[in-house]
Design a protein around this ligand. Structure first.
Ligand SMILES: [Zn+2]
Length: 175
């Protein structure tokens, strides 16, 4: 089973920024690397679309997954809005993506106690449209929310997030 993990943004595109200047691209990469480690421990073949702070076009991210022949695609992002917006949500487009999104979302809420913004159908996201395998995009928290940003700075919290994502994947795929 091949899983492509996609740390959103990177390099010249830092993504959103928290109130104390934490870059989304850094959090996405940290969490994705932990996801990658734990997936490998569970026996999956794993590929990251990036493993350093470099810019990769959305089309290239899709191509990496498509050419490799990934069975699943998991993109990791942080949300951003006003300072009071809070919670975790998981986005999908395909039905198969939705099935995975549901278990990953509930594992994340159970592990973090963060607000459950549920799973959401999105037909306007490049990586969900451009990948040829079932895909999800996990918004692991609002980097714009001061308390969440503080947590996302810590390795401990990012490991909790990563393990929850892998628990959800295992629950769905290791039947
Ligand atoms: Zn993002």
């Amino acid at each position: 089973m091949k899983i492509c993990v996609d740390p959103g943004h990177g390099g010249s595109d830092p993504g959103a920024q928290g109130p104390t200047k934490l870059d989304e691209s850094k959090v996405n990469l940290d969490v994705s690397k932990f996801v990658c480690e734990h997936l490998k421990e569970s026996g999956y073949d794993v590929k990251l679309t990036r493993s350093t702070e470099i810019y990769i076009a959305l089309s290239d991210r899709c191509e990496i997954a498509n050419e490799w022949g990934a069975d699943w695609f998991v993109s990791i992002h942080c949300n951003s809005d006003g300072p009071s917006a809070v919670g975790i949500e998981t986005l999908y487009k395909s039905n198969a993506g939705k099935d995975l999104a549901v278990v990953v979302q509930s594992a994340l809420i159970a592990a973090t106690g963060d607000v459950d913004r549920s799973v959401k159908y999105r037909d306007n996201l490049y990586v969900l449209n451009g990948t040829s395998m079932p895909a999800i995009l996990v918004e692991i928290g609002f980097i714009s929310h001061p308390e969440t940003e503080k947590k996302l700075r810590t390795k401990d919290y990012n490991v909790i997030i990563a393990k929850a994502i892998v628990d959800g994947i295992n629950e769905h795929l290791l039947v």
